[in-house]
Design a protein around this ligand. Structure first.
Ligand SMILES: Nc1ncnc2c1ncn2[C@@H]1O[C@H](COP(=O)(O)OP(=O)(O)OP(=O)(O)O)[C@@H](O)[C@H]1O
Length: 263
């Protein structure tokens, strides 16, 4: 379903600001796999998601979504098949547009040009039905401005908007990190629900190791632009946060040793 093959990305190459963000990422996700992604700051997690979404062009390597190569495809074309939710609750919705106008835009995303915020009666019913699934009462507030919603409500709406066109890939970039624990729990539960209902192929970046172990069917750990650990469902379920940290130290240590040996 998703195949990332040998992807490299260096920002500002051959300058003092050079950053080797991705150093040969190989990743294959089957249809319906829900992979959590952890890793230290600057490990390349967001850059990998950006490369999959088409926001960042790889220097080397190729990317396929559902057997179609998308490596050179523009991001707005890819938006038809890639749903995305960011960390900032303000990023996924326009505060000055109403809930239904935001949803109309998301519905049309990647399909036609222009603003397309027109909301027909049929659409209103469909949007209300979709909002009911969130169990937040937003179906009664279709004409309220999105800017009036709380961070958690906006994030739940962003998640709905990212998924109701049944994307082939769902990319979640620390989408619960800016929320208080209760709202983060709510959005996590909604995420699990929507991913399971639609059997969505999903990559979810999180800094919360407990969440990374609890949620999803597989876990990968990134470090310095590489995937250094890839854990399947059963192994993941048997692991604690301490096990994960120990594994990280062990691999990091080994890598450093390797590098020392190479010098
Ligand atoms: N647009 C950019 N221009 C220049 N450098 C960038 C850009 N985006 C990312 N980088 C650099 O690439 C490296 C990887 O960054 P990235 O944001 O992918 O890491 P991350 O794992 O998502 O980190 P974090 O957990 O801190 O968000 C870092 O060194 C970062 O400074």
């Amino acid at each position: 379903m998703l195949h990332v093959d040998g992807v490299h990305k260096t920002f500002f190459p051959n300058t003092v600001n050079e950053r080797r963000a991705l150093r040969g990422i190989d990743l294959y996700l089957d249809h319906g796999e829900f992979v959590t992604v952890i890793g230290s700051n600057g490990a390349g997690k967001s850059t990998m998601l950006n490369a999959i979404a088409g926001k960042v062009a790889p220097d080397e390597g190729r990317i396929w979504i559902d057997d179609a190569e998308v490596t050179k495809q523009r991001d707005h074309v890819r938006a038809k098949v890639v749903g995305r939710v960011f960390q900032n609750p303000m990023a996924g919705t326009s505060p000055d547009l109403t809930i239904e106008q935001n949803m109309a835009l998301a519905y049309k995303r990647g399909h036609t040009r222009g603003l397309g915020r027109g909301v027909t009666k049929d659409k209103k019913e469909f949007f209300a039905e979709e909002l009911t699934k969130l169990e937040l009462g937003l179906e009664d507030r279709l004409t309220a401005k999105a800017g009036l919603l709380s961070g958690g409500q906006r994030q739940a709406l962003s998640l709905l908007m990212a998924t109701f066109s049944h994307p082939k890939i769902l990319l979640l970039d620390e989408h619960t990190a800016a929320l208080d624990p209760q709202r983060a729990d709510l959005v996590t539960r909604l995420t699990e629900k929507v991913v399971a209902e639609q059997n969505l192929t999903t990559l979810m970046v999180t800094h919360n190791m407990a969440q990374a172990l609890q949620v999803g069917t597989r876990l990968i750990m990134m470090h310095e632009g590489e995937v250094i650990l890839d854990i399947g469902h059963e192994e993941k379920q048997a692991m604690s946060v301490d096990d994960l940290l120990a594994e990280f130290s062990r691999i990091k240590g080994a890598q450093l040793d390797d590098r020392t040996l190479l010098q």
